[in-house]
Write a protein that binds this ligand. Structure first.
Ligand code: GLC
Length: 690
């Protein structure tokens, strides 16, 4: 059941797609009161010892969020360490599971502070501005509550099937030949690959919707050449538009008044990759339409996917900010600087980037009037994604275009996915992405994944391999690394054959992963679930934060520690343990409910199949185009009988509701598998029954 409580007058975020009438009074469970700061509201809830608090989407720390202070405030912060409070997305919802079970979504574009047992171990407090719509959802089961929430915020974005293949990125492949080299190395080593990303250097001087003609002289031909290799190119689009006379996007934006202005009414100037830029006013419908149509420049050249970046927005510095810092540093010249002054100077210089002062000094021209950016900050990336998503609907209505963003707010999940931003090549960040996945799924971000292998810092071979073993199960499976870091394409390492085999397993699992993703999107369900959501009455399952249920049939237990040859796994029921080295080399055995130590060498993927469940697999391929989706091999643990609904379509058009897309499969304990449609052939089955 959903109830809405409104406080003040909220800017219409359009996060919610259902019309719900607001009720009067305080929100149930919480005691609502004015905070000391009379501009805001403070909601408090006293937690029982056993209460768990889930949610917050893209955030650091655990699946259970107790014990920290989190701030919903889209932030460009690449160091995702434990003490941080904000990442790139603002997903202001929590689900309390305990003596009471409820989800609250605090819908406001302003900052929301969640103190979840940080100041007082038993107190959950949420601080918002005085204008907020609170949606409260109650229900019997956690998954029912999440489903109702997902219905409230609308259907998640659907990516094309090719975007479920393995993808390679680096900041940057500088020209056509460097990209050809990447593709050649994958193809020569038979490492499957579906896409190569084009980071900022493909542009002319980092100008959106331009090409560096020297590096990419015949771009449309090159796109075509890559497509013949079954490779899609995915260019980056940044939020800031370079200030440069004669540059059409700049000139047009200026003329039409589509950039955010400062308080004097002149376009606000910030600096990002191209140097000085203006920021498109994505909160203005006309500006949004205008920017969205600009993607046509690349669509017309055969491009079918994009990633939107720097859209918190990241601001390296503003003119005022940098001048202020320079003046301060200059004022210290020649002095014997004491330690406090030294730190103040350091803070001053580092503080020029993404400064709250800058966010408070430009404005959006919205349908609700002219509003300062700091009041709408969390909606900026959302509306950049929306600009693209809505324009794609108009320009290529029958075709899915890949779109994912860095910054996000609930609502942008309808127009694109997100990647989890600039992580590090750290083992702790491999675990972090495992924990973030279900929280993101709760608020509709299903097409997601982290930079596999880690973005910043140098990756080692074992980290990349273990990360791949997890990323096999994430819809977005993209290897990405930062400028200046060790090369991280899998062929750069020693055990290329192992990488080839592991990535090959993704292509075997692709019909299952795609099917589960599509069903989850179409039914407003979670693709990746914590054990606590599936085995609600199992006291051990409730504590497990490093295993996930993927779709309906599979449980994963990723290995995220260096120098280990296995890990402890908790099985909430008997399961079939699958240890795979390649699509043709594997061992399967049934393990009893309980705690186990499961061995897995570096090149061995482990996953588990739930009882009376099956997993349809393909015979693989070196690209998603090559995979034969009609000839399957079925893995399963069938004590009695197992049913499975396979969702399959052409992967690119939008006839999601077509009955033909759903194929029923049945397996018995003797390994016989039947299907409802003879389009699908079962060639083999690997079924255990006890
Ligand atoms: C940002 C992005 C990263 C990209 C880099 C250069 O840091 O998050 O993915 O590689 O900018 O464009």
């Amino acid at each position: 059941m959903i109830k809405k409580f409104s406080f003040g007058k909220v800017f219409p975020t359009e996060a919610v797609v259902k019309e719900i009438k607001a009720q009067k009074g305080n929100i149930p469970f919480f005691m609502q009161q004015n905070s000391d700061n009379k501009d805001g509201l403070l909601f408090t809830y006293t937690m029982e010892k056993e209460d768990k608090v889930y949610g917050l989407g893209e955030q650091i720390r655990g699946i259970n969020k107790r014990g920290h202070l989190y701030i919903s405030d889209c932030a460009d912060d690449p160091v995702h360490s434990e003490e941080k409070n904000s990442l790139y997305g603002a997903h202001n919802f929590i689900l309390v599971d305990g003596k009471e079970r409820f989800l609250v979504f605090f819908d406001t574009p302003e900052k929301v502070i969640f103190d979840i047992g940080c100041t007082d171990i038993d107190v959950l407090s949420v601080e918002t501005s005085k204008d907020v719509d609170c949606y409260i959802i109650t229900g019997k089961k956690i998954l029912d509550i999440v489903k109702e929430f997902r219905g409230l915020i609308g259907r998640s974005y659907i990516a094309p099937r090719w975007a479920f293949g393995y993808q390679q990125c680096r900041w940057s492949y500088m020209n056509e030949d460097e990209i050809r080299e990447v593709v050649k190395n994958h193809r020569e080593n038979n490492i499957p690959l579906d896409a190569v990303y084009m980071d900022i250097d493909y542009m002319d001087s980092y100008k959106d919707f331009t090409l560096n003609e020297e590096a990419f002289p015949k771009f449309d031909k090159f796109v075509e050449e890559m497509k013949k290799e079954n490779i899609r190119l995915v260019p980056i689009i940044d939020a800031g538009v370079k200030i440069e006379k004669g540059y059409d996007v700049y000139e047009e934006g200026l003329e039409k008044g589509y950039f955010c202005n400062d308080k004097t009414g002149k376009p606000f100037v910030g600096a990002v990759w191209p140097g000085k830029v203006h920021f498109p006013d994505f909160l203005n419908k006309d500006a949004r339409d205008w920017f969205g149509k600009k993607y046509k420049f690349l669509l017309d050249k055969g491009i079918e996917g994009f990633w939107n970046d720097m859209n918190e927005p990241a601001i390296f510095y503003s003119e005022d900010g940098i001048n202020d810092a320079i003046e301060y540093v200059e004022s210290l010249k020649g002095q014997n600087i004491d330690i406090y002054t030294f730190f103040a100077m350091k803070d001053k210089v580092l503080g020029v980037a993404n400064s709250p002062k800058d966010y408070a000094s430009f404005y959006h021209n919205t349908e609700e009037g002219v509003i300062c950016h700091d009041k709408l900050h969390n909606l900026y990336g959302y509306n950049m994604t929306r600009a693209a998503g809505e324009a794609f609907e108009e320009m290529v209505p029958d075709k899915r275009i890949l779109m994912f963003s860095r910054a996000s707010y609930i609502g942008s999940h309808r127009n694109g996915g997100i990647w989890q931003g600039d992580n590090m090549s750290w083992w702790s960040h491999l675990l972090l992405t495992v924990k973030m996945l279900p929280s993101l799924n709760m608020c509709g971000f299903l097409y997601t994944g982290s930079d596999l292998g880690g973005f910043g810092a140098h990756a080692t071979e074992d980290l990349v391999m273990r990360w791949i073993e997890f990323a096999i199960f994430t819809p977005l499976m993209r290897n990405h690394a930062a400028l200046g870091t060790r090369k991280q394409e899998v062929y750069q390492f020693k055990n290329i054959e192992d990488f080839k085999n592991l990535i090959g397993i993704r292509y075997g699992l692709i019909s299952y992963i795609y099917s589960e993703y599509m069903k989850s999107v179409l039914n407003d369900e979670m693709y990746a679930k914590p054990l606590a959501f599936v085995y609600e009455n199992d006291v051990h399952a409730k504590e497990v934060e490093d295993q996930l249920i993927i779709g309906d049939s599979i449980m994963i237990a990723p290995i995220y520690t260096q120098n280990t040859k296995g890990r402890y796994v908790y099985l909430p029921e008997d399961m079939m343990a699958v240890k795979m080295r390649s699509l043709t080399e594997y061992d399967c055995k049934v393990l009893k409910k309980g705690h186990h130590y499961v061995d897995a060498e570096l090149n061995e993927l482990i996953f588990f199949i739930r009882p009376n469940h099956i997993v349809p697999m393909t015979y693989g391929g070196e690209s998603t185009e090559e995979v034969d989706y009609t000839t399957l091999k079925v893995f399963g643990f069938v004590k009695k009988e197992a049913g499975y609904t396979l969702y399959t379509d052409d992967g690119i058009s939008k006839n999601y509701q077509d009955k033909e897309n759903y194929i029923d499969m049945k397996a018995d304990k003797d390994g016989n598998v039947t299907v409802s449609n003879d389009r699908i052939k079962i060639k083999e089955s690997v079924i255990l029954n006890k």
